[in-house]
Design a protein around this ligand. Structure first.
Ligand SMILES: [Zn+2]
Length: 260
C-alpha cells in the first residue's frame, strides 16, 4: 500500500511538473509570437532578417538560458564545471541577443561583433577574481559584497555618455558600440539578477525576481533594444547630420580649385 502510494505521489508530481513546464513553454511561445507580431506592426526599423530567423533567435536564447541554468544546477558539487557552464551561458546569451539586436544572421557568429559581445559578457565575471585578489574559484565565488562590474549604474551611465558623444560627433559606429556595451552588461546583470537582484546604487537595489521574469526580460531586452537602436528618428538624425556636415567641405574644396 505504501509503495502504491509512493508511485502515485511520484506520478502525480511528474504530471504536475510536466503540465507546469508545458503550460510555461506554451505561455512563452504565445508571448514571443504576440510580441514579434506587435513589433513587426509598430516597428519603424527596416528589418534585415526574416521573421523566421528572428523567431528562431528568440527561441534559441530561451533554450540556451534554460539549458545553461540546468547545467549550473547539475554541477553544484563541481566548482570548475559550474563556473564554466555559468560563464558559457552568459557568453551564448549575449551572442544571440546581439545577433538579434544588430539584425545579423547565423553566418557571422564566429567572426563578427556577436562573438565580441559574448566575450565582454563573460569578462564581467573576472571582477570576482580581482575583488577577491585570488585566482581560486572558491574565494572568487564566496565574496561578501558584489564586485564593481556588477554595479548596473556603471554600464548605464557609460551608455548614456556614449550615445550623447555619438550624437555630438555624428558617429553611427559609436552609437552602435553604446548598445553593444549595454547588451553585454544588460544580459549578464539580468541573469545574475534573478538570483542576487540588480544593484543600481544610489537607487534602491531590485530584489531577486522569479525565473519567468528573467526569461521575459531577456526577450524584452532583445526586442526593445532592436526597436530603439534602429529607430529612424535617431538613425536619420545621425546620418543626415553626417551628410549635412560633408556638404560645406566639398564646396570649400571646389571653390579652392576654381580660384587656382
Ligand atoms: Zn556575474
Amino acid at each position: 500500500m505504501a509503495i502504491e502510494y509512493a508511485i502515485w505521489a511520484v506520478y502525480k508530481h511528474a504530471c504536475l511538473r510536466f503540465h507546469r513546464t508545458l503550460a510555461f513553454l506554451c505561455y512563452i511561445f504565445v508571448m514571443v509570437l504576440n510580441t514579434l507580431i506587435l513589433n513587426s506592426i509598430f516597428s519603424f526599423s527596416r528589418t534585415k532578417l526574416s521573421f523566421k530567423t528572428k523567431l528562431l533567435q528568440i527561441i534559441l536564447v530561451v533554450i540556451v538560458a534554460i539549458v545553461g541554468d540546468c547545467l549550473v544546477d547539475l554541477f553544484t558539487s563541481h566548482p570548475l564545471l559550474k563556473c564554466i557552464s555559468d560563464n558559457s551561458t552568459h557568453f551564448f546569451i549575449a551572442v544571440i541577443s546581439w545577433m538579434f539586436i544588430e539584425e545579423l544572421d547565423f553566418s557571422v557568429i564566429l567572426f563578427g561583433s556577436p562573438l565580441l559581445c559574448g566575450m565582454m559578457a563573460s569578462f564581467v565575471d573576472l571582477d570576482h577574481f580581482v575583488a577577491a585578489r585570488s585566482f581560486t574559484i572558491h574565494e572568487a565565488t564566496s565574496l561578501s559584497f558584489r564586485p564593481i562590474l556588477h554595479w548596473t549604474t556603471l554600464p548605464v551611465t557609460f551608455f548614456v555618455f556614449l550615445v550623447i558623444l555619438a550624437l555630438a560627433v555624428h558617429s553611427v559606429k559609436l552609437y552602435k558600440f553604446a548598445w553593444f556595451i549595454l547588451t553585454a552588461f544588460g544580459t549578464h546583470h539580468l541573469r545574475d539578477g534573478y538570483r542576487r537582484g540588480i544593484w543600481i546604487h544610489p537607487l534602491p537595489s531590485i530584489p531577486p525576481f522569479p525565473y519567468v521574469i528573467y526569461l521575459i526580460g531577456l526577450v524584452a531586452i532583445m526586442l526593445s533594444f532592436n526597436f530603439v537602436m534602429y529607430h529612424p528618428l535617431i538613425m536619420n538624425c545621425l546620418q543626415e547630420t553626417q551628410r549635412r556636415d560633408d556638404l560645406p567641405v566639398l564646396q570649400t574644396k571646389f571653390s579652392k580649385i576654381q580660384t587656382v
